[in-house]
Design a protein around this ligand. Sequence first.
Ligand code: 0O2
Length: 204
Amino acid sequence: MNWEAMLAPYAQVIEELKVKLKGMRSQFDYESSHSPIEFVTGRVKPIPSILEKAENRQIPLEHVERDMQDIAGVRVVCQFVDDIYTIVNMLHTRNDLTIVGEKDYISEKKDSGYRSYHMIIEYPVETIKGIKMVIAEIQIRTLAMNFWATNEHSLNYKYKGNIPTEIKERLQRAGEAAFKLDEEMSKIKDEVQEARRIFHEKNK
Ligand code: 0O2
């Protein structure tokens, strides 16, 4: 399999989605209104991770493009939980992508304690051979959820998926604390937004 050639359209999708999402962010800034997007990142899944996931989930390599939905991954990080649903609703109205799946791991967290909103989209990308429909995953989460998930991901990597029970329990507690932080911040959201707006206006 020529992985580089196969993955090239995925890299293009990520770049295009990043430009569009960052564009949304700038539009909110120009209007001096609260942006539901704090920052956007993206990555093409590294080839060793694709191979490992394919093996774990028993996906034949010829079906990887069809069955592995996070080869192209874009992450949108927000300040507040409400912002996540604002972005979800905005993505639903777009004509340049089709939403083919959604998982709300916020209202129902994963057993690990993971919280995030996942959207699986189909996105048409122009290649030298014509239009290719590429599947990508958009993860939308708050800063607090992102902090938790990044640390848990590192620990999972370190312990090869078998995090010791004591650390797992700490992670569960940290996950609940992160959720509580999101809840408390939501309650003072208007105050925080007003403060940011004043700061923004002053520094224009
Ligand atoms: P990477 O690139 O290193 O992050 P599915 O289980 O397939 O039906 P799901 O849960 O949407 O549906 O997909 P999957 O494959 O379990 O997870 C996709 C991605 O979501 C993961 O990518 C992670 O980025 C994130 N994720 C899911 N569950 C967890 C979790 O418990 N903890 C953390 N930290 N992240 C999670 P990968 O494959 O881990 O690769």
